[in-house]
Design a binder for this molecule. Structure first.
Ligand SMILES: [Cu+2]
Length: 139
């Protein structure tokens, strides 16, 4: 039997602990909650309250959310909420050049006009830290 979800009955918890994917999910969720707290601290409101854009935070070598689905025409705003580390964006499937380095509190925006899945990267950290994100643009 294959257990896909992490919310399995308690009796399976010991099994879950052996599933690295679930532990990773929990870790990423905690990290992304922290990123959102940072965002609110820096900008005075939750990222979901930004008008006209969908926010992805960049924090501790991760994109939050790591997987995002948006309707075509959506502008995504990446925001570095780290304290010291700079990041960049490589939207390789869009054939765009790498963005400038984003220092803490800096942002980068891109409007997705082509439906489909794409993987994007942080220039300095995708290889060493696997700082990689996914966007699904729905028609
Ligand atoms: Cu980075």
């Amino acid at each position: 039997m294959f257990v896909q979800a992490c919310d399995v009955p308690a009796i399976l918890v010991s099994v879950m602990l052996t599933l690295p994917a679930c532990a990773e999910d929990a870790e990423l969720k905690a990290l992304c909650d922290e990123a959102e707290s940072r965002y609110t601290e820096l900008f005075g409101h939750p990222s979901s309250e930004e008008e006209g854009v969908t926010v992805v935070t960049m924090y501790k070598y991760r994109f939050c959310p790591q997987d995002l689905t948006v309707p075509v025409g959506t502008t995504v705003r990446w925001v570095n909420v780290d304290k010291r580390t700079s990041h960049s964006l490589i939207l390789k499937d869009e054939g765009e050049p790498e963005s400038d380095r984003l220092f803490p509190e800096e942002t980068f925006e891109f409007t997705f006009l082509t439906p489909g899945d794409q993987t994007y990267l942080c220039g300095p950290h995708w290889e060493t830290q696997e700082m990689i994100g996914m966007i699904t643009v729905s028609p």
